[in-house]
Design a protein around this ligand. Structure first.
Ligand SMILES: NC(=O)c1ccc[n+]([C@@H]2O[C@H](COP(=O)([O-])OP(=O)(O)OC[C@H]3O[C@@H](n4cnc5c(N)ncnc54)[C@H](O)[C@@H]3O)[C@@H](O)[C@H]2O)c1
Ligand SMILES: [Zn+2]
Length: 389
C-alpha cells in the first residue's frame, strides 16, 4: 500500500554571538570601543547608525546628542550618523502604549535604514524594550547596539535577548526575542539615576544570586550597606556579576527563547508583575521584584527548601541595601475577598500554558522548580513580611 503522506523534517540553527563590554567613557572620541564594535564584522564600509535616547537620560545628560555627534565625527570612515539622536519617552508608562515604539519605527522609515544598518539604543530597561521591539520589527530585524543606563538594564534586561511592550493590561504582552549586535555598559550613567531606580535595580541581582550563585549572595550581604550608600565600586561588581549570571543562564539554560514553560529567571516575578500593574506602575519593576523575591523566599523557607536562618539573612540583606520587602498592595482584596496579588499566580500559570513552574531557591545559590503553590502559605508570607518590614 502506498501513502501520499510524506514528512520532510526541516532543521535550522542560527548561531548568535554578541560582545557585552564593561567599559568606561564609551562616548569619549578617544575611546574607539563603540566604533570598533560597529565595525566588528570588518565589512569594509561605513555603517549607517540611528541613535535613540531615553528621555530621562537626555534630561540628566543634556549634552548627550552633542557627544554622539562628536563621536561620529571622530570616526567618519566608520560611522554615518543618519540623523540627530532622537529622544524616546523613558519609564514604564511609555511601555503601556504602542505609540513610542511606533514613533521609533516611523523615524527608522524616514531615514531608510536597511537590515545592515544600526539602531543605537541608549536608556533604561523600558526605553530599551521599546526601541528594541521597534528595531526588531522593521525589516524583521535591524542590528541593535544597546547602551543600558540603569542598574536594572545593565545587570539584567539590557544584556538579554528579549524586548516588549505592555498591552491589554498585561506586562510585556507584545514582544519578540532578538539578541543584540552588542552591549556596551558604562557605570558613569548610574550616577544620575534616581534612588528608587538605583536601589530597585538590586532586586534582580538578589533574584539571580539566590537561584544561581551563593558566593554572589554572600557578596551582596557583605556589601548591602555600601550598596545603600551607592558605592561606585561595589555597584560595578554587582552589575558585572549579575549580568554574567543572566548571560550564562541564557547561553547554558538550554532554552534561550523560552519555548518551554520553565523560567528560572522569573523567580519572584509572578507577584512582581501583578504588583506593578496594581500600583499603576508607580512601583518600579526592580522594587516589585524585590518584594516578589522576599515573598517567594518565605515560601521556600516554609516548605523547607531553605532554613529560617537563610530566610532571615535574605530579608536582612535586602533591607540593609534599602530594598522594601513589603507593600500595602499585598493586602489589597478583590470584591469576593480574595487577595488581588494571588491573581498574579493565575496569570502566570495561564502565561505558561496551564501548568505552574515557579523557581525557588533551595538551598541558596540553586534553583528548584515547584509546580504548585499553596495560597495559605503565600498569605502567611504576606503577614510575615509585614511584621519583618
Ligand atoms: N527585556 C528584558 O529581558 C527585561 C528584563 C527585566 C526587566 N525588563 C523591563 O525593564 C523595565 C524596567 O527598567 P528600569 O528599571 O531600567 O527602569 P526604566 O527604564 O523605566 O527607567 C527608570 C527611569 O529612569 C530614567 N533613566 C534611565 N537612565 C537614566 C540615567 N542614567 N539617569 C537618570 N535617569 C535615567 C528613565 O527615563 C525612567 O524615567 C521594565 O519594564 C521591565 O519589564 C525587561
Ligand atoms: Zn525582571
Amino acid at each position: 500500500m502506498s501513502s501520499t503522506s510524506h514528512t520532510y523534517h526541516q532543521r535550522i540553527s542560527v548561531d548568535y554571538n554578541y560582545p557585552v563590554e564593561f567599559a568606561r567613557d564609551i562616548l569619549n572620541p578617544d575611546n574607539p570601543l563603540l566604533a570598533n564594535t560597529l565595525d566588528r564584522l570588518k565589512e569594509g564600509r561605513r555603517h549607517r547608525v540611528q541613535a535613540f535616547v531615553d528621555s530621562g537620560v537626555v534630561k540628566a545628560w543634556p549634552d548627550i546628542a552633542d557627544r554622539l555627534r562628536a563621536y561620529a565625527a571622530a570616526y567618519p570612515e566608520i560611522i554615518d550618523l543618519v540623523h540627530d539622536p532622537e529622544t524616546v519617552q523613558g519609564g514604564e508608562r511609555a511601555k503601556n502604549s504602542r505609540r513610542a515604539a511606533e514613533r521609533v519605527m516611523e523615524s527608522i522609515a524616514d531615514h531608510h535604514l536597511c537590515r545592515q544598518s544600526f539602531v543605537l539604543a541608549i536608556g533604561g530597561g523600558s526605553a530599551l524594550d521599546i526601541i528594541g521591539l521597534a528595531a526588531t520589527l522593521v525589516h524583521r530585524g535591524l542590528r541593535q547596539i544597546r547602551i543600558p543606563t540603569t542598574v536594572l538594564a545593565q545587570n539584567d534586561s539590557g544584556v538579554g535577548v528579549k524586548n516588549g511592550i505592555d498591552a491589554y493590561g498585561v506586562k510585556n504582552f507584545a514582544g519578540t526575542f532578538a539578541p543584540p549586535f552588542a552591549v556596551l555598559i558604562d557605570p558613569a550613567f548610574l550616577t544620575t539615576l534616581e534612588d528608587r531606580y538605583w536601589i530597585g535595580g538590586l532586586g534582580e541581582a538578589f533574584k539571580v544570586a539566590l537561584i544561581k550563585d551563593a558566593a554572589f549572595f554572600d557578596y551582596l550581604c557583605r556589601h548591602a550597606e555600601a550598596l545603600r550608600q551607592r558605592d561606585a565600586e561595589v555597584i560595578e561588581e554587582v552589575v558585572r556579576r549579575s549580568a554574567i549570571l543572566h548571560l550564562e543562564h541564557i547561553r547554558e539554560g538550554g532554552d534561550p527563547f523560552e519555548f518551554g514553560a520553565s523560567r528560572p529567571l522569573d523567580f519572584g516575578h509572578w507577584s512582581a508583575h501583578r504588583l506593578e500593574v496594581m500600583s499603576g506602575y508607580e512601583l518600579s519593576h526592580g522594587c516589585a521584584v524585590a518584594i516578589g523575591v522576599a515573598l517567594d523566599a518565605f515560601y521556600a523557607q516554609a516548605t523547607g527548601l531553605i532554613s529560617s536562618g537563610e530566610f532571615e539573612s535574605i530579608v536582612r540583606a535586602m533591607k540593609a541595601a534599602g530594598l522594601a520587602i513589603w507593600s500595602t498592595l499585598l493586602e489589597r482584596c478583590e470584591p469576593d475577598g480574595d487577595l488581588t496579588v494571588l491573581r498574579g499566580l493565575a496569570d502566570f500559570r495561564e502565561h505558561l500554558g496551564g501548568e505552574l513552574h515557579v523557581t525557588l531557591p533551595g538551598p541558596i545559590g540553586r534553583g528548584v522548580e515547584i509546580n504548585e503553590m499553596d495560597p495559605e502559605i503565600i498569605i502567611q508570607g504576606i503577614q510575615a513580611l509585614k511584621e519583618l518590614a
